[in-house]
Design a protein around this ligand. Structure first.
Ligand code: SF4
Ligand code: SF4
Length: 174
């Protein structure tokens, strides 16, 4: 048998596979049209998937009762970040009870691997990974999240308060 005959015969055997594949596609199409519940996909963006409470999504810088940043610019999050995507510029805090605060806090979200090490490293619950997972942006600059975005974006409705209470800490002398 020649090489040309051999390849022609082989290509004939693809047909049952192609027809079988189309049959499976049609079966799922009809099943999904009849019952939406069995669908494996959702109609994004109208429908959004709800992840569990342990999901690590976009970062949040928490705030104190007065709405100011909880962060003390200790740099522990930036030091522990494996992607080196956190940049903090610290300054002296006008409040004598607080040593420092960040005048600039930036996360390059395109480099972030959402490992949560920054959250783990923070001693004062100043940074958390929240439930939001969408990271849209039209230009490179949109992917560097600054204080305004991290602490006061509209989705946070004025800011998320830290669990660490300053008044309690001062009473306890911490
Ligand atoms: S989640 Fe991980 S990679 Fe992202 S900023 Fe925090 S420590 Fe860095
Ligand atoms: S977020 Fe937490 S760990 Fe990072 S600099 Fe601020 S206080 Fe320190």
């Amino acid at each position: 048998m020649s090489i040309v005959q051999n390849s022609a015969q082989k290509s004939k055997w693809y047909l049952p596979g192609v027809i079988g594949g189309l049959g499976i596609t049609m079966k799922h199409l009809l099943k999904n049209l009849i019952s939406k519940k069995s669908m494996q996909t959702i109609n994004y963006p109208e429908e959004k998937y709800e992840y569990g409470p342990r999901f690590k999504g976009n970062h949040i810088l928490t705030v104190k009762k007065d709405g100011s940043l909880r962060c003390t610019a200790c740099m522990l999050c930036a030091t522990n970040c494996p992607a080196e995507c956190i940049k903090i510029t610290a300054s002296e805090n006008p409040d004598p009870k607080v040593e420092k605060f960040p005048i600039s806090y930036e996360i390059d979200i395109l480099r972030c691997v959402f490992c949560g090490f920054c959250e783990e490293a923070c001693p004062v619950d100043a940074i958390r990974l929240g439930p939001e997972w969408q990271t849209p942006g039209l230009s490179g600059s949109n992917f560097t999240y600054d204080i305004n975005h991290l602490a006061y974006r509209p989705a946070l409705k004025g800011g998320i308060q830290s669990h660490v209470d300053d008044e309690e800490r001062h009473k306890e002398g911490i």
